[in-house]
Write a protein that binds this ligand. Structure first.
Ligand code: ADP
Ligand code: MG
Length: 442
């Protein structure tokens, strides 16, 4: 079958799977390109953002429909059309790297190159790089601990990709502990437990993501223990990630706990402002998009703890900009975040807003709150406002003291303590604080 025909057949298939608006927005604009070799097939898109979006969301759909239509494996390679119909941004990167060998489970998009190093993750990064450099010599196992969305999975894939590049013949396997469990259960069901074992015990590097999921799963822990031991005995590298330290995972067998702590345990912290800005810049450059400093700063300030959310916010902004055919300005970014992070992130509330809201709730004036009038009808709302400033913003005690007419910060400390303990016994006060918090978070 001609490639053009295969393309048309695949499109007809996809049209039945996707909703019309989605199809029109993302798929219709794609153009078939050249066949690069017997598998890889170029697909042209309008800009780098569309290329990466389509690859992420519809890449496997395209691959499977094209392959079905062709009767053999066809892998789409998304390429930015050098002569885009009507995009405002000049494309930068032309080819999105195709995924690393599919059987390894390693995702080609996550590399050391596009991992931003800051003080929050430098040890984890250095350890991962070392392992990729000289597996099974330095730290075995390497155990990476960190909260959600801080780059653990990214580092695992980066190790996999680096190893693949350095020695393509080595066998690397990336798997989540959940998948490990599912595959184990399947293998038992189909009487293929020995295949399962062989598969895992024949690797040179095993990258296990989110090990915490095997907590409480007795059979899986047992199997993993033996896999782990077999690999260690054969001097093969194991890298593990988790949201908790080995000692903190409830219902994890003691023997696993001690095995996990045997090598090196490193943790990743939430990134600081500079690192968040650097991540945004890198991501934008990767997408071939322009990111103004004020926009980067705003996003980095607004989303402080989770890199995944940070990226998500950037993507939303790019998406809106491309739909509206407008540049990514601060106004547009705020618009794109409305109803999501902006509501969920209480630290966006300003102290000024808190003072205003509390004043109007207690029917006094904001200036009364900032004053040093001692009457209870002023001092009580003032203490509530201080308490809310501490709860809803990231300002320090001295910062808050400054906002409240420049008093001593111990006054704020006292007020916050007092309201916190009073609230426990005074239901009216508790109610007032809850109402105010809810109003302010809106
Ligand atoms: P985790 O596995 O810790 O939950 P991920 O590795 O999935 O987090 O990271 C979430 C997203 O944030 C990914 O898209 C990843 O590429 C990105 N990310 C996290 N940390 C960094 C970093 N230091 N530099 C670049 N991108 C990062
Ligand atoms: Mg992860």
């Amino acid at each position: 079958m001609e490639m053009m025909e295969i393309w048309q057949t695949a499109l007809t298939e996809i049209k039945q799977v996707l909703s019309a608006p989605v199809f029109d927005m993302w798929i219709k604009q794609l153009q078939p390109g050249r066949l690069l070799d017997d598998q890889r097939f170029e697909i042209l898109t309008g800009n780098a953002f569309a290329a990466s979006y389509v690859q992420d969301h519809y890449g496997s759909l395209l691959e499977s429909t094209l392959s079905t239509a062709a009767g053999r494996i066809i892998r789409p390679v998304f390429v930015v059309d050098p002569d885009p119909p009507q995009t405002t941004q000049p494309p930068q990167e032309t080819v999105i790297r195709p995924a690393a060998p599919a059987t390894s489970g390693v995702d080609g998009r996550y590399t050391f190159d596009n991992f931003v190093v800051g003080s929050c993750n430098q040890f984890a990064h250095a350890a991962a790089a070392r392992v990729a450099d000289a597996p099974a010599t330095a730290y075995n196992p390497l155990y990476i601990q960190g909260g959600v969305g801080l780059g653990k999975t990214h580092l695992l894939h980066a190790i996999g990709n680096a190893l693949f590049r350095a020695r393509p013949e080595g066998k690397t396997l990336y798997i989540t502990s959940e998948k490990f469990m599912n595959q184990m259960v399947e293998s038992i069901r189909f009487n293929q437990a020995h295949h399962f074992r062989e598969n895992f015990r024949s690797v040179d590097i095993l990258l296990v993501d989110d090990i915490q999921f095997i907590a409480g799963k007795k059979g899986t822990q047992e199997e993993f223990f033996h896999t782990f031991n077999a690999l260690q005995a054969a001097s093969k590298q194991v890298v593990i990630t988790s949201d908790s330290f080995p000692g903190e995972i409830d219902h994890l067998e003691e023997r696993l706990r001690s095995r996990f702590s045997q090598g090196l345990v490193v943790d990743i912290h939430p990134p600081d402002l500079e690192t968040r800005m650097a991540i945004l810049k890198k991501k934008a450059a990767q997408e071939g998009m322009d990111l103004q400093d004020d926009v980067a700063f705003f996003l980095a300030e607004t989303i402080q703890t989770n890199v995944r959310e940070l990226e998500g916010a950037l993507i939303r902004a790019f998406l809106l900009a491309s739909l509206e055919k407008e540049p990514v300005t601060l106004t547009l970014v705020k618009e794109s975040l409305r109803g999501t992070v902006l509501r969920a992130e209480p630290r966006m509330v300003s102290m000024e807003k808190i003072i205003e809201t509390v004043a109007s709730y207690f029917k006094i004036r904001p200036m009364d709150i900032r004053s040093d009038k001692r009457a209870r009808r002023y001092s009580h709302p003032r203490q509530v406002a201080m308490f809310l400033c501490k709860q809803l913003t990231r300002h320090s005690y001295p910062d808050i003291a400054l906002e409240f007419g420049g008093r001593n910060h111990t006054t704020v400390l006292y007020a916050v303590d007092k309201i916190a303990s009073l609230k426990e016994v005074d239901t009216d006060l508790e109610q007032a604080v809850n109402t105010l918090s809810a109003m302010l978070r809106k």
